[in-house]
Design a protein around this ligand. Structure first.
Ligand code: PQ2
Ligand code: NAD
Length: 197
């Protein structure tokens, strides 16, 4: 089997500065994905022109800024993450080179080989979030799996998480005693009805 070296992490986007270059379909898709998950995300989009949906997003989200211009190196100043999503492959490569010089993490939408990170397909149930990747093989399958899991996981999972969080805060004793208690309380989640143990 082909190797899968991706290591998932969950970013707190309201603490980071994100630059998206390109205000077309893909710029919109990526900006939407970030803002739906983190409405306070700081997202600047630099583009020659913008889809009207992106202009509408500025009314909904306080921290999105549209800058109508051609990309230049200075746009990367102060940025933590960059998504290059123009329809110009050479320009996307130039954005990648600039990001690498500045040690900024970059996703190049038309070139997975240049991506430091991929966006995942995201299942959300209150406090639960599951990010799905297919190692870049089929974003469509990632999207379908998201729909399957969204249906399969009960909405009550959020109540379980909130109750466990309360219990977790109240537990006393040393770390290993707490881990033991939490594991025994949640045992039921992993034991099937047919499991005699
Ligand atoms: C998961 C999701 C997250 C998001 O974007 O928020 C995402 N793509 C989504 C949808 C989607 N993207 C594409 C289609 C059309 C059908 C198809 O190709 O399957 C659909 C389906 C649709 O829109 O219905 C086309 C496409 N995508 C990439 C390329 C370039 C290439 O592969 O060369 C091309 C070809 C462009 C062309 O042909 O011109 C590349 C990437 N897309 C990724 C993520 C990363 C890998 C994730 C993984 O490991 O699985 C990666 C590598 C980089 C990145 O973008 O981060 C989001 C699901 C949203 C949801 O959950 O609803
Ligand atoms: N990763 C993914 O999920 C995915 C999915 C589909 C397509 N793609 C790829 O993403 C790329 C973008 O697709 P799209 O549909 O958004 O294209 P699009 O034509 O809708 O948008 C391109 C945007 O880039 C902007 N742009 C062009 N030159 C610029 C410059 N010099 N400075 C700033 N902005 C500039 C344009 O103004 C436009 O807003 C394509 O190469 C496509 O193959 C990626």
């Amino acid at each position: 089997m082909e190797e899968n070296h991706l290591f998932p992490v969950f970013f707190k986007l309201h603490r980071l500065q994100v630059l998206v270059v390109g205000g077309g379909n893909i710029g919109l898709e990526k900006a939407n994905a970030m803002l739906e998950n983190c409405p306070q995300a700081n997202v600047t989009i630099v583009s020659m022109d913008f889809l009207p949906e992106l202009t509408s997003l500025t009314h909904q989200y306080p921290n999105i800024t549209l800058v109508q211009k051609s990309f230049s190196c200075g746009d990367l100043l102060g940025k933590d993450l960059v998504i290059a999503a123009t329809n110009d492959r050479e320009l996307n490569y130039h954005v990648w080179e600039t990001a690498k010089c500045s040690k900024v993490l970059i996703n190049v939408a038309d070139t997975p080989d240049l991506c430091d990170f991929y966006l995942g397909s995201i299942v959300r149930k209150g406090n639960l979030k599951i990010a799905i990747s297919t190692n870049g093989k089929s974003p469509t399958v990632a999207k379908r799996l998201k729909q399957v899991l969204q249906e399969a996981i009960p909405d009550t999972i959020d109540e379980v998480l909130n109750k466990l969080s309360l219990i977790r805060d109240k537990l006393t004793g040393d770390f290993s005693a707490k881990v033991k208690k939490l594991n025994s309380l949640t045992d039921v989640l992993v034991k099937s009805e047919r499991d005699p143990l």
